[in-house]
Design a protein around this ligand. Structure first.
Ligand SMILES: NC(=O)c1ccc[n+]([C@@H]2O[C@H](COP(=O)([O-])OP(=O)(O)OC[C@H]3O[C@@H](n4cnc5c(N)ncnc54)[C@H](O)[C@@H]3O)[C@@H](O)[C@H]2O)c1
Length: 251
């Protein structure tokens, strides 16, 4: 295995399962030191840390709810302190639920925007100064094809994820010449606990709509994240959104 990330220090938010867990372990396998964020020090988080260590990497927990200002800042600071700095931030944490807009309560809206958009601002805001100071950094934000396509019952999720794309483009323009590249990855449906929780009829209909005829697996999303973090392979991606989405949208 090539060691594309030897010497790089990476924080993955929401890394205790799903896409985040796969991304954290993949960075570890390719030589990075990894900080894995989760809301708490759960068995799942411990398991990801163990898998990173088995790959030969330094792996530390950076616990906290990244939708909360103080906890997000603390999670980033923990990663910086325990790893001796931070080169790559993967803003992966997010939640998903469905509700027609007429039934969507303000609390549900606010909670979605907090977990899927505010968290991206909070962690990036904390991590960016150190990256600019060292003259190298990569920020990769997980958004969704629903940001582009929309879906019934997903107004809050789609809006938050579309916000992530706008955020990515603006911050990318601010810091590209400081050596910090900010990009996004917009998966289509992926087989994770997040989509497991969705209604079976919805999943069947969604599968039928996909040109590829199937959901992606997490390990089919991870290479897009790693590409955007890799130098020199990813060095001309600035404010872009990559779309590993089984053909669901073709932007
Ligand atoms: N699975 C899909 O089909 C799909 C498609 C498009 C985009 N995405 C996006 O990819 C990312 C990962 O998705 P996944 O399918 O692996 O989800 P998942 O639910 O399996 O994992 C998400 C992780 O983030 C954590 N998390 C959520 N909010 C958090 C918070 N405030 N603080 C700390 N941790 C938090 C969860 O506890 C969980 O461990 C999400 O941003 C999601 O919106 C997923």
């Amino acid at each position: 295995m090539t060691q594309r990330f030897e010497g790089r220090r990476v924080l993955v938010t929401g890394g205790s399962r799903g896409i985040g867990a796969d991304v954290a372990v993949a960075f570890a396998r390719e030589g990075a030191a990894v900080a894995v964020n989760g809301r708490s020090r759960s068995d799942a988080l411990e398991d990801v840390l163990r898998r990173c260590e088995e790959a030969g990497a330094t792996a530390v927990a950076a616990v906290g709810d990244v939708s909360d200002a103080e906890q997000a800042a603390q999670a980033v600071r923990t990663a910086q302190e325990r790893l001796g700095g931070l080169d790559v931030l993967v803003n992966n944490a997010g939640t998903l639920n469905e509700s027609p807009l007429v039934d969507l309560e303000l609390e549900q809206w606010d909670a979605m925007v907090a977990s899927d958009l505010r968290s991206v601002y909070l962690c990036t805001h904390e991590a960016l100064p150190g990256m600019v100071e060292q003259g190298w950094g990569r920020v990769i934000n997980l958004t969704s094809q629903l940001a582009v396509k929309g879906a019934p019952g997903m107004a809050h999720y789609s809006a938050a994820k579309a916000g992530v794309i706008g955020f990515t483009r603006s911050v990318a323009r601010e810091v590209a010449q400081e050596g910090v590249l900010v990009n996004a990855v917009a998966p289509g449906p992926v087989e994770t606990d997040m989509t497991d929780d969705l209604d079976d009829d919805w999943k069947q209909q969604k599968t039928a709509e996909l040109p590829l005829g199937r959901f992606a697996r997490v390990e089919e999303i991870t290479p897009s994240v790693l590409l955007l973090a890799a130098s020199p392979d990813g060095d001309v991606y600035v404010g872009q959104t990559l779309h590993p989405n089984s053909g669901d949208v073709m932007p």
